[in-house]
Design a protein. Structure first.
Length: 317
């Protein structure tokens, strides 16, 4: 695939626009159904799409993970991320949810210290501290009541970051089919056990919306992978922050939401910190693993986890 930063940036913008639309559908369904039910049926409807991907995998081998405990931990992270993110989108304003989830590159950089043996200098350390201050600006503890939705968004950011760092640690050894299949199967069985306690009958149009979530997740994932293969990570990664624009548009048009000045100010601080870290890690010899800039920043929601093949590391994905 020919390299082109412009085309890669465009594909990334398109991918994150689709992700934002995906989140709007989640929020719409969240008015009537629990996150467990939404995620279960979205995962169930995503299995045929995942099967198509798995059929294209020509790598020989079995489905036994080479790093079972890391794969198990990552699977747990993805299940937790999915539930928490879906719940947060259901109960919080879109812009506020995104602002909290944008802490992911900061947390990835922190988690890379113990898991990847990474070190951070003064510059990145200050950027992380500033980003965490941005979270406090968004949440304003003491000034505004904190809800379970805020806690869910924070937990989703943390578990998504941990899952991403684990992929950077084991991704070159594990088959893509293992990284894709295990979280989907776990979602199906774990959520299937909880489903009887929260299930509500669904009309056919709502089931169709569940299918939209699955399809949009797959399409956006494929576009994101294509973007990272076509362009430099330092170009593609910041495109995630375009979701803040979609949050403002969709939040106003669909849900009547208007983000307050504190949400925008905090989001600005978090985004600036994330951009600085991504740019800093793109420099030669600053970060051996480049944990933030080489991590696809869209939180993994467990439907279509990002596929990391051995060649992904070589081509800058």
């Amino acid at each position: 695939m020919a390299k082109s930063n412009t085309r890669g940036a465009f594909l990334a913008l398109l991918a994150f626009a689709i992700y934002a639309t995906h989140d709007v559908v989640v929020k719409l369904l969240g008015r009537d159904y629990s996150a467990v039910q939404i995620l279960f049926f979205a995962t169930l409807l995503g299995f045929p799409l995942a099967t198509i991907i798995l059929m294209r995998d020509r790598v020989s081998g079995n489905l036994r993970p080479r790093h079972p405990w890391w794969v198990l931990l990552r699977t747990g992270c993805i299940v937790t991320t999915a539930l928490c993110a879906f719940y947060a989108f259901s109960v919080l304003p879109l812009a506020q949810t995104y602002a909290i989830l944008f802490t992911m590159p900061l947390l990835v950089t922190l988690l890379a210290i113990p898991l990847l043996g990474e070190t951070i200098g003064l510059h990145r350390g200050c950027a992380i501290a500033a980003g965490l201050c941005g979270v406090l600006i968004v949440l304003r503890p003491g000034a505004e009541p904190l809800s379970l939705g805020h806690g869910a968004a924070l937990l989703a950011a943390a578990t998504s970051s941990l899952g991403s760092v684990i992929v950077r640690k084991i991704g070159q050894d594990e088959r893509s089919v293992v990284l894709l299949l295990y979280p989907m199967v776990a979602n199906f069985f774990v959520l299937g056990l909880a489903l009887p306690f929260v299930y509500r009958p669904m009309p056919i149009e709502h089931l169709g919306m569940m299918g939209i979530i699955a399809v949009f997740s797959l399409v956006a994932m494929l576009l994101t992978i294509a973007a990272y293969r076509m362009a430099e990570a330092v170009i593609v990664a910041p495109m995630q922050y375009s979701q803040m624009i979609w949050a403002a548009i969709f939040g106003w048009l669909v849900f009547g939401e208007r983000a307050d000045v504190w949400t925008w100010l905090g989001a600005g601080v978090i985004i600036a910190s994330g951009l600085y870290i991504v740019g800093r890690e793109a420099r030669r010899n600053v970060s051996e693993h480049r944990p933030a800039s080489q991590t696809r920043l869209r939180p993994e929601v467990g439907l279509m986890p990002r596929l990391l093949r051995r060649r992904d590391t070589r081509d800058g994905a």
